[in-house]
Design a protein. Structure first.
Length: 236
């Protein structure tokens, strides 16, 4: 299930510096339409300002081919004092232009699956999955993009810490020196059902996380679903 997370790749349109990586995203489905969801600040911060046409999402980790993007959209709300819930960018994947020989439906999380997931129990495990910068360098001399996911265990410590945002505590027992690049990655829960089987929920996407605090802030999947439904109701 971690495979629904992808690294974000950017087309720099610069000879010798063609591509760079930074941040993560998750690929989801709702009502037979597909999307890549990331944090809005991933392609737009003090270090980079990329247009949607420069944003690339691989078919899967390690793929040299990228999903066709139809459009990008953000969300506006009337709430301005609390703005974390607006730190989201949604890229609709152009379904009709998908290369079905490369598309793997198992690497796309259908948000409707959350409806059937078992409620959390004391045995529920929580994980973040994404592509930290420190283990995803670009080899410009060799023209190679290295992609490697990291999976970090954690737990929800404060529900609705902000509007539509949960606060998680992360297990510090990992080899990462920085969580830079986890933004936009997936937050999952796994609740055992029977031996060897579990119900999986996409809890949301990572907005930010720091090693110093061992905290992460997660935009809830219910808001992601609501935003996508809003977009679907206004487009065909």
């Amino acid at each position: 299930m971690f495979k629904v997370a992808r690294p974000m790749v950017f087309d720099n349109r610069c000879e010798g510096f063609e591509y760079s990586t930074g941040g993560s995203c998750v690929v989801v489905a709702l009502h037979e339409r597909f999307y890549a969801v990331t944090a809005l600040h991933v392609p737009n911060d003090v270090h980079r300002q990329y247009k949607p046409s420069q944003m690339l999402v691989p078919y899967e980790e390690g793929s040299e081919r990228f999903l066709p993007i139809r459009e990008a959209f953000v969300m506006q709300t009337d709430e301005h004092d609390d703005t974390d819930h607006k730190d989201i960018l949604i890229l609709e994947i152009w379904k009709d232009k998908l290369d079905m020989s490369r598309w793997n439906a198992d690497y796309c999380f259908n948000l409707a699956w959350n409806d059937a997931a078992k409620p959390p129990t004391q045995q529920t495990q929580y994980w973040l999955s994404g592509y930290p910068d420190e283990i995803n360098p670009v080899d410009y001399d060799g023209s190679v993009i290295h992609t490697l996911a990291a999976h970090c265990p954690g737990e929800i410590c404060v529900k609705n810490r902000f509007i539509g945002v949960d606060e998680w505590t992360l297990d510090p027992k990992n080899d990462l020196k920085s969580y830079q690049g986890l933004s936009g990655g997936g937050a999952f829960s796994f609740t055992p059902v029977t031996e060897g089987q579990a119900h999986v929920r996409l809890e949301g996407i990572v907005l930010r996380a720091t090693v110093e605090s061992q905290k992460a802030f997660i935009l809830q999947s219910r808001l992601i679903r609501e935003y996508i439904r809003t977009q679907q109701s206004s487009s065909t």
